[in-house]
Design a binder for this molecule. Structure first.
Ligand SMILES: NC(=O)c1ccc[n+]([C@@H]2O[C@H](COP(=O)([O-])OP(=O)(O)OC[C@H]3O[C@@H](n4cnc5c(N)ncnc54)[C@H](O)[C@@H]3O)[C@@H](O)[C@H]2O)c1
Length: 250
């Protein structure tokens, strides 16, 4: 039986860990060739080995999402390795806490560079290859914190809210050109990024989640799989929250 992504060639930023790793594994299981782009070479190589161990097709490329030349090289690697690029997942991201009083200019700049500018550069660098594929898909990973506020994460909220509108703008720009752009808003999902959240924050977040606990990376990966597949051929500019019903109460 053909996989749900058979014939696809995907570049997944931040694919060495957490949600990116889960998406890379699932995409490969569903027949996509996967290029993992990340700063973490050892972890990225380990994910590639896991995929190959399951009989999938994957490779790693060192990618710093804040640098256009790094994106250009990663997209070039995907096209030369797979013959095309059909799918981009802008997943790489960081979190650190800090309200308006506490956050520094340096902290703000770093957050915006990775979480916001990184998504713009990814879409920009990949657009030519995605257009050439004739059937491209971009999945951007925002956050529930791109939709709603909290008192202690000013730069994260700003960066993730920007990802939301870049998804809508991209969907309209490419609507007649063969690239779909959709956005996923994870709530709290069990990945290494949670290490940057204080125990108090963690407790407050869990208390706010109607389903009572954080989600698993595979929960986000399945939403991404759908949006990346041709099953979603009429879906663009859409927003899926994967959050244990958290946003339903906002
Ligand atoms: N886990 C959650 O609860 C949650 C909730 C909402 C949104 N998100 C978003 O999901 C995405 C994935 O996060 P995660 O939870 O898997 O965290 P993670 O820390 O496990 O993975 C993030 C990955 O991004 C990579 N990365 C960081 N900076 C990079 C850069 N400059 N260039 C390339 N790669 C870089 C890291 O090396 C890491 O492999 C992020 O955008 C995050 O904001 C996560």
């Amino acid at each position: 039986m053909a996989g749900r992504l058979s014939g696809k060639a995907a570049l997944i930023s931040g694919g060495a860990s957490g949600l990116g790793e889960a998406q890379a594994m699932l995409f490969a299981r569903e027949g996509a060739s996967v290029l993992i782009g990340d700063l973490q070479t050892d972890k990225g190589d380990a994910v590639v080995e896991s995929i190959k161990g399951e009989g999938g097709d994957a490779a790693f490329v060192h990618l710093d999402v804040t640098a256009m030349n790094s994106w250009t090289a990663a997209v070039g690697e995907a096209v030369s390795r797979f013959g095309k690029l059909t799918t981009l997942v802008n997943n790489a991201g960081i979190f650190h806490p800090g309200g308006i009083v506490e956050e520094t200019k340096e902290g703000w700049d770093r957050m915006i560079a990775i979480n916001q500018t990184g998504v713009f550069l990814g879409m920009k660098a990949a657009s030519e290859a995605l257009l050439a594929s004739g059937n491209g898909a971009i999945v951007n990973i925002s956050s529930l914190f791109g939709l709603m506020g909290s008192p202690n994460a000013i730069s994260y909220h700003a960066s993730k809210a920007a990802v939301r509108l870049m998804g809508k703008a991209g969907a309209l720009e490419f609507a007649k050109k063969g690239i779909r752009v959709n956005t996923i808003f994870p709530g709290q999902i069990k990945t290494p990024i949670l290490g940057d959240i204080s125990p108090e924050q963690d407790k407050a977040i869990k208390a706010a989640i109607p389903m009572g606990d954080a989600g698993e990376p595979i929960d986000v990966a399945y939403a991404s799989l759908y949006l990346a597949s041709d099953e979603a051929k009429y879906v663009s500019g859409a927003e899926i929250w994967v959050d244990g019903a958290w946003y339903a109460g906002q």
